[in-house]
Write a protein that binds this ligand. Structure first.
Ligand code: GDP
Length: 177
């Protein structure tokens, strides 16, 4: 078996943002034989979901951390180990968009993540009335501006349908190398 380059990728975001659904969708897309969870039956992450996918010579190990407020304090324990971060936003939840932006801001300011590539996913784009990716970019603009030198990308996705997921992973694999 060939030796793969190992990378660790954190999947962060508020509870209910779609982290677990994204991870399952990613595993399904990367492995046609993967019999994953029923996406429609996934409930919010409490604890840690782990997944891995192989892309070319790279192995991406994902950690999907719980997003509830009391669990957010655990995020930074994982920062030093991670090679990239995926931050997922529920674009349909206007009531919690500021809370999501604040959690994102706190995360990007953490020194242990300095220079780590970061992808912001504007999720649930399939829902009517959701914030469009340009609106999400505007709301997250100030933390995006002050996060220093690193590669970053904002991607519109529907984790449930799988739209935009492959594009996001393609960007991540290039950015991480
Ligand atoms: P987590 O708490 O961040 O892990 O979020 P989950 O993956 O458990 O998703 C929370 C809820 O949002 C579930 O009911 C999912 O089916 C739903 N969900 C996740 N992604 C999408 C999406 O792209 N579109 C829609 N309509 N629902 C989604």
């Amino acid at each position: 078996m060939c030796q793969r380059d190992q990378y660790f990728v954190l999947i962060l975001g508020l509870d209910n943002a779609g982290k677990t659904t994204f991870l399952e969708q990613t595993k399904t897309k990367s492995n046609k034989n993967y019999q994953g969870m029923n996406l429609a039956k996934i409930t919010s992450t409490v604890g840690l979901n782990i997944g891995k996918i192989d892309v070319g010579t790279s192995r991406l190990n994902f950690w999907d951390l719980g997003g509830q407020e009391e669990l957010q304090s655990l995020w930074d324990k994982y920062y030093v180990e991670s090679h990239a971060v995926i931050f997922i936003v529920d674009s349909s939840d206007r009531d919690r968009i500021e809370e999501s932006r604040d959690a994102f801001e706190k995360m990007v300011m953490n020194d242990n993540l300095a220079g780590v590539p970061l992808m912001l996913l504007a999720n649930k784009q399939d829902l009517d009335g959701c914030l469009k990716v340009t609106e999400v970019k505007t709301i997250f603009n100030s933390p995006l501006q002050c996060m220093g030198q690193r590669e970053s990308w904002v991607q519109a996705v529907s984790a449930l349908r799988g739209d935009g997921v492959q594009e996001g992973i393609d960007w991540l694999v290039e950015a991480i190398k």
